[in-house]
Design a protein. Structure first.
Length: 144
């Protein structure tokens, strides 16, 4: 039986709520299984790290998922079924020792300023070299 990867390095590229939510679930599962995980947000997925404002959570700016529901509505459907919502999964990842990185190039491509990002969670800025240096040779890398 093959050994499992010692670290999961996830590139969150898609700006779809469904894909970002599932990446959080995958990272939380890896961390709960005594693994390590880094979530590298870039391009459309970087919107998931926007700070909340009077209209709601910053991740509401993600694209609708396959069901066509707005992110906040899709999250309510999932939590209504007893599944982990966006915030619950993100907080679980952090509590279990996961790392959150944001791609500086992705922010520039979207015209986002790092000051627009959440300040309630530790977000490490970086680029591709930083992300690749953080990855493990015995780990797994997924592009979502």
């Amino acid at each position: 039986m093959a050994e499992r990867p010692d670290k999961l390095s996830l590139v969150l590229f898609s700006g779809s709520y469904d894909k970002v939510h599932y990446a959080l679930a995958l990272a939380a599962a890896a961390l709960a299984n005594n693994g390590r995980a880094t979530l590298f947000f870039t391009m459309g997925a970087a919107r998931a790290l926007l700070a909340a404002d009077a209209q709601g959570p910053g991740w509401r700016h993600l694209a609708p998922g396959e069901n066509g529901l707005a992110p906040v509505d899709a999250d309510a459907v999932l939590t209504g079924k007893g599944l982990g919502g966006f915030e619950e999964l993100l907080q679980a990842c952090l509590a279990l020792g996961g790392s959150v990185m944001v791609c500086e190039m992705g922010l520039k491509a979207l015209g986002l300023d790092p000051l627009q990002l959440r300040n309630d969670i530790p977000i490490a800025p970086g680029g591709l070299v930083t992300f690749l240096t953080d990855a493990s040779a015995q780990g797994a890398m997924l592009f979502i």
